[in-house]
Each structure stands twice: as structure tokens, then as C-alpha cells.
Design a protein around this ligand. Structure first.
Ligand code: ADP
Length: 405
């Protein structure tokens, strides 16, 4: 392959190659020249292997590399035809042909090898990344499971605390209430008016505390699914009568208009009347509480048959013109201890405007309604203490087929 005549002449061609438009040609030419000069392909191989690797790295096709070899060859060929006598040129052109054949083979081999290496690298990298991702996901899952366990443990501790505290408070509270009532009823307390006022204060405070303890007991019973229900046939209209009489009186004290539309054809349902009363009372109380003075409360109840299933329900709606509930809070207001915005915390007045309690009322309502196989949901344009968009609480109670007769 060593061809000194060719090498000498090739050196003379260098300036033409440098002028060739293809930037790779000059480098390839160096390799060809070295091969002709030394008889070794080592430099041509290293040049073409490097170029092939770069081509693969930037996604250039093999054709572009072969094209550069072809351009180099054509430039030299042109000079050979133009400058050398054909008899002498024959030998040189054969040598050139052999060298460029080699160059094409080396370039193709190198490119194929570079491509395979690149694929393998990508595959190894992809496998490493996927393994890394898998490990991360497993790590997160373990962390999440641990956090969930901790959360469940804390939730259980909270429930236990509520249950124990409520039960423990109940006994001494009953004693305080009992003694206060006894004193109020006896001559002893009538000695002075001042003593009577103090005793009444104690009784009212103890009653309020008793309500809170009862709420806590309900919350804990709902959480432990041990709420005791005493179902019986209930005439819902009658239940409403008692409740609405009291509520309209309270609403009047807040200068609120109280509208009632209870249909007379409500079917009798099998339910726990005390628990249902508790639910309706809470909803009406909340409507009064979260509506400003002069607002309007409307309680509606009617019989509804679902078109799709033919199932019967009693539908109750408690609508108010109060502060409303933001869309993002609609599901959370049913969580225990949840309150929205700035409320007058721990108000002693049950129906004072925005006089929030401990935030247990609606969580009990939801628990009780679900125990009675009913549904409850809220409709409200949002929370706004300037324009008062109001809220409507929808309650749906099932009518059992045989309880209608
Ligand atoms: P509490 O009244 O003891 O704070 P509830 O569980 O009865 O607890 O109510 C939770 C929260 O839901 C209230 O603090 C109030 O922010 C909101 N809410 C309940 N009823 C209404 C209503 N009718 N209009 C606007 N907000 C309400």
C-alpha cells in the first residue's frame, strides 16, 4: 500500500483539498496521504473512527461521511487527470482507488460500531435511569406508607382522646347540673335574687357544656360506627312543627324572615326521630347563625321520586341569605373541627351571627345522615360577607316502600 510517488503528488494536492467546500475533506485527505506515505492505515482509521463517532453523536447519517470521502476522492481525481500524463497516472489511480476503497470500508465499519456503542450506552443509561426511578418510587411508597400509618395512629389517638375526655367529663358535669337544678328548685336558693342569678348562670353554662360533651360523644360514636339508632315510623311533618316553632322564634330575635313550605303529602318514613330532629335542628340553627340580621331563611320539604330508579325520597332544603360557602370548602365543612373564615370563636350564644362552636355540628350531621341512609350536600355561589350569596343545604332521606302505607 506504500506508494511514495503517490504520496509526493498527494502532498502537492493539499492546497486544493483545503479549498474544497467540504470541511471533512482536509482531515480525510491527511489520513489518505499518511497511508500512501507509510503503508499503514492507522491514521486513516483513527481519523475516520473519530469522525464516525462525532457523526453518530450529532445524529448525522452515514451517507454524509461517505459523501465527504467521495468529495475528497473527486478533487484528487480531477487534479490527477488534469496534471499527470495518463501512462504514469494509471499506477497512481489504482493506488488511489485502493486507498479510497479502504477509506469507505473503514468509515462504514466505524460508523456501524459507533452506532452500536451509542445504542448500548443509551440502553445502559435507560436501564440505569429506570432502576433509579424505580428505587425512588419504592422509596416514596415506603415513606407514604409510613406517613399514612403515622397519620392513622394520630387519628386513632385523637379519636381515643375525644372519646375518653367526653366520657370523663360527662359524670362530673351531670353532678354540677343536678346540684344547680336542685338548688334552683329549693327554698334555699330563693334567699336572695343574686344567688338565683348566679345559679341560673351555672345551669346555663353547664347545659352548654353538656351539649358540647354530647357532641363529642356523638363524634366518637360515629367514628367507631357505634351510633345507636332507634328507628320507628315517623311523620316528618310533625317533627318539623316542633322544630320550626322554636326556630322561627329564634329567627325573629335576629330580625330574620322565616319561610316554611312543608308539603302535607310527605310519606311516613322509618327513621330515628331524635337523630333526624338533631340533623334538622343543626341545619336550621346554622342557617340562622351564618345569616346577618334582617336576612331570610327558607325551609322546604317535599316528596320526590327519582325518575331513573323510581326510588322515593323526602327532600329537605334549608336555604339562607347568609355569608355562603366557598366551593373549595364545601366538602371540608363536614369535617370535624372545621371552621371557615373569621368566626367569633367559642361564642356562648347559640344563634349569634357567625358565633361558631367547636366545629362539630356538620360532621355529626353528615355521620347521622349517612347512618340513616340519607345524603346531604351544599349548594352555594361562594363565600362573601359583603353581598351574602347564601347557601342551601340539601338533605335526601329514603322512603322505604312498606312504610308508605
Ligand atoms: P360550628 O358551627 O360549630 O363552627 P359546624 O360544623 O356546624 O360547626 O359548621 C362548620 C362551619 O361550616 C362553620 O364554622 C361555618 O364556617 C360553615 N357553615 C355551616 N353552616 C353554614 C351556613 N348555613 N352558611 C355558611 N357557612 C356555614
Amino acid at each position: 500500500m506504500k506508494n511514495s510517488t503517490l504520496a509526493i503528488w498527494l502532498e502537492h494536492c493539499l492546497e486544493f483539498i483545503n479549498q474544497a467546500e467540504d470541511p471533512l475533506s482536509a482531515v480525510i485527505f491527511e489520513g489518505v496521504l499518511h497511508a500512501a506515505d507509510t503503508g499503514h492505515l492507522i491514521m486513516l482509521e483513527s481519523i475516520l473512527s473519530g469522525t464516525a463517532h462525532s457523526a453518530v453523536a450529532v445524529n448525522r447519517p452515514l451517507e454524509s461521511l461517505l459523501n465527504s470521502i467521495y468529495i475528497t476522492k473527486m478533487v484528487i481525481w480531477g487534479r490527477l487527470e488534469a496534471e499527470i500524463d495518463p501512462a504514469q497516472a494509471w499506477d497512481m489511480s489504482v493506488g488511489l482507488e485502493i486507498l479510497f476503497q479502504e477509506a469507505l470500508i473503514i468509515a462504514t465499519d466505524s460508523y456501524t460500531k459507533a452506532l452500536a456503542e451509542s445504542h448500548q450506552r443509551h440502553a445502559v443509561e435507560a436501564a440505569r435511569l429506570s432502576q433509579e426511578a424505580e428505587q425512588k418510587v419504592m422509596g416514596y411508597a415506603t415513606e407514604l406508607a409510613r406517613a399514612n400509618r403515622e397519620l392513622a395512629r394520630l387519628e386513632q389517638a385523637k379519636s381515643d382522646f375525644i372519646s375518653i375526655a367526653a366520657h370523663e367529663l360527662k359524670t362530673p358535669l351531670t353532678i354540677v347540673q343536678g346540684y344547680a337544678d336542685m338548688l334552683l328548685e329549693q327554698e334555699l336558693a330563693r334567699v336572695s335574687e343574686k344567688a338565683q342569678t348566679i345559679l341560673k348562670g351555672i345551669a346555663v353554662g353547664a347545659e352548654r357544656m353538656n351539649d358540647i360533651v354530647n357532641d363529642l360523644l356523638d363524634v366518637s360514636a360515629i367514628e367507631m360506627s357505634s351510633l345507636v339508632l332507634n328507628p320507628e315510623p315517623v311523620v316528618v311533618g310533625e317533627l318539623f312543627q316542633v322544630l320550626l316553632e322554636r326556630a322561627s322564634h329564634v329567627a325573629r330575635s335576629r330580625q330574620q324572615t322565616f319561610n316554611v313550605d312543608i308539603k302535607t303529602d310527605l310519606p311516613i318514613i322509618q327513621t330515628d326521630p331524635k337523630r333526624l330532629y338533631q340533623v334538622l335542628d343543626q341545619l336550621v340553627n346554622n342557617a340562622i347563625k351564618f345569616t346577618p340580621d334582617g336576612g331570610e331563611i327558607t325551609v322546604t320539604a317535599y316528596h320526590e321520586t327519582e325518575a331513573k330508579t323510581g326510588a322515593d325520597f323526602i327532600k329537605v332544603e334549608v336555604a339562607d341569605t347568609g355569608i355562603g360557602i366557598a366551593p373549595e370548602d364545601k366538602e371540608y365543612v363536614f369535617d370535624k373541627f372545621f371552621r371557615v373564615g373569621k368566626t367569633n370563636l367559642h361564642s356562648s350564644g347559640k344563634v349569634k351571627f357567625k358565633g361558631a362552636g367547636p366545629g362539630l355540628g356538620l360532621s355529626i350531621v353528615k355521620g347521622v345522615v349517612e347512618s340513616l341512609n340519607g345524603q346531604i350536600w351544599i349548594e352555594s355561589q361562594g363565600y362573601d360577607e359583603v353581598n351574602f350569596p347564601g347557601s342551601t343545604f340539601h338533605l335526601r332521606l329514603p322512603v322505604q316502600k312498606n312504610s308508605e302505607e
